[in-house]
Design a protein around this ligand. Structure first.
Ligand code: SF4
Ligand code: SF4
Length: 496
């Protein structure tokens, strides 16, 4: 038992953003200049430019990216996915996820530190503004606008304006720039729903970048949680080399070099870490990288730049904190060929092949014929048997199309349809109802089929006209009984 005089053990905070008493620990990281910061900054500005301009870029007469949620038409790199393209969209999503898994297995959280919009906007837009108006932490000289009475309101107004711009850009991905331009230039009363969306998104951006900040990475982002499952000992991570750095010592204290030892006062060997704390002061998530791999580390490389600057000043080799892997740091042999590095690309290739094959097999239209809802057949006046049907047609082209539906054998059967020809706009889908009426003599066989042909009437000049043949089993009393008996037999077999 600890004696009454013993200090209670220092409790580790649950989160790096919490103080011992549970209050918020505000993190104001010190900016560390270096090669990696320069590269990240160049990439960040390029990504900001890309994010802003993508809604304005067209490919094949279509927006590069347009995620139209109301019609469920998703245009990605000029290819429009319709609501019926569930398989293609599922393959695309699986492919993206597998690629993320592969990138994480190879390069750790490279996305978080270099390309995630949260990091890009927080570290290269919002924090520089904060430093401008509030001064840079760790610097004795405050910024030119710091400490003035207008500093705080000016910072908040600038945050608000940037959040508004971000919300509008974000909305452009879902509604297109033309709609956005129209809404911006007209009264919000004419379009209350989009106005409300912009208002809410602006509020969320302001809350995130002004208040929530690094907590999004630490608490809310599911990717951070997944990382421990996706990384292995050979994944590239930002890591501290304890074999080189420990035990920590003062910069003035001699290292384990016998030529420097003072006779009679043998110095214990000292590592390269001088415990200056700069790697901690610069960390935007408030952790100490010297404690090993942590979920909070977004691999922003700021601690690498900070420590390299210290090592350079002390004339010691750079790279005490560096990109490496847990295995390499522990002195193990690196292993490039690991199960996940083989399995993820194999899955990715299989998914990519399935995507390409499905895409190349798509025709200019998609047609499905289904039995109508309710009774499968009805007795019609005149002794005919009627089978209600539903035909779903999707025009996959970028031009309006007109489709005719015909029945091959018009002697024994005839087709009544709600609309024929069927007019469809680009990418439009329609479900129409109809009835196939047959003479009882035409239903003599086991599975009498009505042969339907769908033809595009206005195929573009020089293009192969679209034609699709469909078979539909017409049933009457006899067929219905046989059908039911078949089902019954199947059930009996199943019980055996
Ligand atoms: S910046 Fe480098 S030398 Fe300074 S405390 Fe961190 S690891 Fe040690
Ligand atoms: S530990 Fe280093 S790399 Fe990780 S978040 Fe902190 S500063 Fe960035």
């Amino acid at each position: 038992m600890p004696s009454v005089h013993e200090e209670p053990a220092q409790q580790q905070p649950v989160l790096s953003t919490l103080n011992q008493d549970g209050s918020r620990r505000w993190i104001k990281p010190r900016l560390s200049h270096g090669r990696l910061l320069n590269r990240r900054r160049a990439l960040a500005y390029f990504l900001i430019l890309l994010f802003t301009t993508i809604p304005y870029i067209s490919l094949n007469g279509k927006p590069l990216v347009l995620l139209d949620l109301t019609t469920r038409h998703f245009t990605i790199f000029g290819k429009t996915f319709l609501p019926t393209d569930t398989l293609l969209l599922a393959l695309l999503l699986v492919g993206i996820f597998v690629l993320i898994f592969l990138l994480s297995a190879l390069f750790g959280r490279v996305w978080c530190g270099w390309a995630c919009p949260q990091t890009v906007y927080m570290e290269f837009v919002f924090r520089p503004i904060e430093r401008l108006f509030e001064g840079a932490p760790g610097r004795s000289k405050k910024g030119p606008l710091a400490g003035k009475p207008f500093s705080k309101p000016a910072k908040i107004i600038l945050y608000l304006l940037i959040s508004m711009y971000l919300a509008h850009t974000f909305l452009a991905y879902f509604v297109g720039v033309e709609n956005l331009r129209h809404w911006i230039t007209s009264s919000p009363l004419n379009h209350p729903a989009p106005f409300l969306v912009v208002l809410v998104v602006t509020g969320l951006m302001l809350f995130n970048f002004g208040f929530f900040r690094e907590q999004l990475c630490i608490i809310a982002c599911p990717y951070g949680r997944f990382q421990s499952a996706m990384l292995d000992r050979n994944s590239l991570i930002v890591t501290y080399d304890p074999r080189r750095g420990e035990p920590r010592g003062k910069a003035t204290r001699p290292q384990a070099d016998v030529s420097l030892k003072v006779v009679g006062e043998p110095s214990p060997p000292v590592g390269d870490c001088v415990d200056c704390g700069l790697c901690v002061a610069t960390c935007p998530t408030g952790i100490d990288i010297r404690n090993g791999l942590q979920m909070e580390c977004v691999n922003c490389t700021q601690c690498i730049d900070a420590c390299n600057a210290v090592m350079t000043k002390l004339n010691r080799p750079r790279g005490l904190i560096r990109y490496s892997s847990q295995a390499l740091i522990a002195g193990e042999k690196p292993s490039l060929l690991r199960p996940r590095v083989v399995i993820y690309p194999a899955i990715f290739l299989a998914v990519a092949a399935a995507f390409v094959i499905t895409l190349s097999n798509q025709g200019p239209a998609e047609i499905t014929i289904l039995r109508g809802i309710g009774r499968p057949f009805v007795d019609l006046p005149g002794g005919e048997i009627g089978n209600p049907i539903k035909i779903k047609i999707t025009n996959r082209t970028d031009t309006p199309a007109k489709y005719f539906i015909e029945l091959a054998d018009t002697k024994a059967m005839h087709l009544t349809i709600q609309e024929n020809p069927i007019h469809l706009g680009p990418g439009e889908s329609k479900t129409i109802t109809g009835m196939i009426a047959a003479q009882p003599s035409a239903l003599a066989g086991d599975h009498p089929a009505a042969k339907l042909t769908v033809t595009q009437a206005n195929a573009p000049a020089g293009a192969e006209p679209f034609v699709q043949h469909l078979n539909f089993t017409v049933i009457g009393k006899g067929q219905h009984r046989a059908h039911t008996a078949e089902k019954h037999d199947e059930k009996q077999d199943g019980h055996k």
